[in-house]
Structure formats: structure tokens, C-alpha cells
Ligand binder design. Sequence first.
Ligand code: PEP
Ligand code: CO
Length: 464
Amino acid sequence: MESHAALLRESPRVHQTPHGWTPHGWKERKALQQPEWPDAAELERILKHLRTLPPLVFAGEARQLTRSLAEVAAGNAFLLQAGDCAESFADFSADSIRDRLKVILQMAIILTYGSGVPVIKVGRIAGQFAKPRSSPTEIVDGRELAAFRGHMVNDDAADPLARIPNPNRLLAAYHQSSSTLNLLRAFTKGGFADLSQVHAWNQEYIATSPEGQRYETIAGEIDRALRFMAACGIDLNREANLHQVEFWTSHEALVLDYEDALTRQDSLTGNFYDCSAHMLWVGERTRQLDGAHVEFLSGIHNPIGAKIGPTASPDEVIALCERLNPARIPGRLTLITRLGATKVTTALPPLVEAVKKAGHPVVWVCDPMHANTFQSDSGRKTRHFDDVLAEIKGFFSVHESLGTWPGGVHVEISGDNVTECIGGQLDQISEDELHIRYTTTCDPRLNARQSIDLAFRIAELLKH
Ligand code: PEP
Ligand code: CO
């Protein structure tokens, strides 16, 4: 629960909702990437229903995450934002949620243990159901179909009928987000995330791998540290931080009708919060300054993110900071750069220098996935582990040379043993092996072993 003291502490620099802002004001602007719903009356009926449903998150939680992200902005913590590219209605089970959470908890432990820096854990989960697309159509098995836009909008089946947007999916996305979040809350508060469970997060197929064994070593050291503290007479049962973790949700605020319908006015402060997730971000394709998405995000009080691609100019980024965080609240705005392994060291410095000079307290995060995607000879989209690592290394070195804090990483991962990204340690995945377990509905994800391997590499960078 949030105390009055905490509210007073944040009051001197409260983020003001822009004058005249409403959750529907975005409708006056150009909204890119919106589904063409075939039946406006059906859509309206569903949105009306969504507006009556309980919020998925509470405003006080969003404020707490903003404060944690302020610690990242100040260089005292690191953000791990990870999960699916696109969550799936088909792959929806307790096991799938648990396995994704396990990998994120493992990555967080590796980062925390390896670097000694607190790690803020934010999932791309419980709402990540909508995808921006570069082209309105795609070729599947030689046939041109309307593009798949995420299960909140249409189905990925190779069938023209499946690709017709159906607003009932908005409701299904809400309900799947709700039960996913419920289980995440149960897992993270009810004992599963207890530090005494560190071994149990290592899934069997990982435990036998070199990455899994390296993880086991840390887990064993944590066990020893806990036993040592207990032997010193410290009552570990009373230390809540050893038994629970804070785990937050996030997704791209893409389908604005959905986000608008889940926006609620907080009774405590009178401010608006998009209660579909704790944190929302605007994607590279929809971050136009005068566009609908930026207008929407400018008025909600959640912590927000903006993806920044290689074409962004320093002026554009400063204008985005001014528009999204005019009061310069630390933790309010996270800039998620996705520049590509070959461009990061030249494209990032001018952006960081400009933001630094303008005095904007942003959280800098590296998304090493989205500018490193290419098509393999078999036609599957993939990413090379080495490129992912190279962009992260470039990100760290730029921040080191400019004296700014490399605040975090934003990665697409799976809890399963998927074969979607190539490379990785020892028995690397090759292009020929992509077909074996390529199950993503959108972009290629790191599998659990690649994710754990990556966490060890990042921990080493953080240590330095
Ligand atoms: C994504 O995060 O899945 C995505 C589409 O990213 P971007 O907007 O950076 O392309
Ligand atoms: Co993606």
C-alpha cells in the first residue's frame, strides 16, 4: 500500500495532464496501425463493455514503478524488460506463464548477483497482444493475406477469413491479461519467487546445459549466503524481500480503442492511468509527435516508454521528451533505443548527448532485437545472438564514454526451448535448425538458454 508520506514526496513535481487532455483526445489525431474493424456498432458495443470492467492494475502500483524507474534514471538500478514479441491466445496455460516467469527471474538473479545492482523486473506480458506491421499484407505459403496484427486483432492462421479483425478479441485479450496477471501475482507473492526456490527456476532442459550449470553455481552460492545469514541469527522469515518479488507488466499501447477503454481516473489524485498494464510504450512506427499515440501517452500517468530507431534525430528525441515528460519527472519516460549492432556506436551518441544537454532525466534502455532482424535462406525471420550481444556492448560503451547510465535491456524471450534466434554458446542454433521449434507468432525470441547466457554477459558488462 502507498503511504501518505509517499504521496507527499512525489507531490512537488507531479506530472500534469496536458490541459484539456482526455482519454479520447487521440481520436482528433492521425492514428497509424489501427485495425479496420468491419462492424463499427459491434466495436462500440464491446468498448462500452470494456469500460465497465475492473482495471487490471492499480494507479498506486504505476506510481511505485515510476519511483523504481527513477532509481534507474539515477543510475542506482537496472531495468530488465522481457517477454514475448506477441503473446498468443493459443499458447495460454499456467505452464507457459510459469516458464516465462522462471527465465525472467533467472535472468534477474544473474544480473543482481553478478552486478550487485537492484534489478527492476518488467514483463512484456499480460497485454502484449497487438503488433504494428511494416506492410498491410504478407505472403504466407505463396498467398497474399492481410497482415497478422496480434491476437487482440486477428488470427495468424493462413486463411483470409482468420485475418479479418474481430473486436471480440479485445475482450478476449482483456480476460487473458487478467488471468495471466493473476497467476503472476500469485507466483511472485505466494512463495514461488522465494529466494529459497532459485534452483526450482532452472528448468530440466536448461539445468544440464553449460548456461544452466553456470546458473546452478550462483544458486548454490545464494543458498550458502542464506544459510550463513540464518546462522548469524538473522530471522530470514521476517525479510519480505527474500520471499517476494515486485514484477510489473508492460506492452505496446498500439490499439488505442482498447487502451482508451481501460483508462481510469484515479480517485486519490484525480489523474488518469491506463490500467491495462503498469507501463506502456509507443512503438517505432507510431511515435509521430503530432500523432494519436503520443497524444494518448502524454496524458496518462503511468511510466511510459518510447522506442527509438536509427532514423531518429536528436531534435526529434528532445521534442518527444518535452511532449511526454514536460515536468521532467525521473522515471516517467524510458527511451528504448533499437539501432542495430552496426549503427549503435554512431547513432546513439548524438541522441544521448542531446538529451543530457537538455537535462531530461530519461531511463536509457537497449532493445538489441528489433534492428537486428533478418530473413534466413529458408524465409524465416531470425536474429543472431552475436548481433544482439554486439548492440548491447555498443550501448554500454557509448554510455560509459558519455558518463550516462546504461539503464537496462528490453528483450524478446521465450521460456521454451525454441529455435528462433541463431547462435548462442557451444551447441549453437544454426540457420538449418530454425524450423525445429519455430513457434513465435511474430518476431524470433531468444530461448531460455540464450536468455540466461545473455544475462551472464550483461552482468559482466555491468560489473565493469
Ligand atoms: C516490438 O517491440 O515488438 C516492436 C514492434 O518494436 P519496434 O516498435 O521497436 O519496431
Ligand atoms: Co517484436
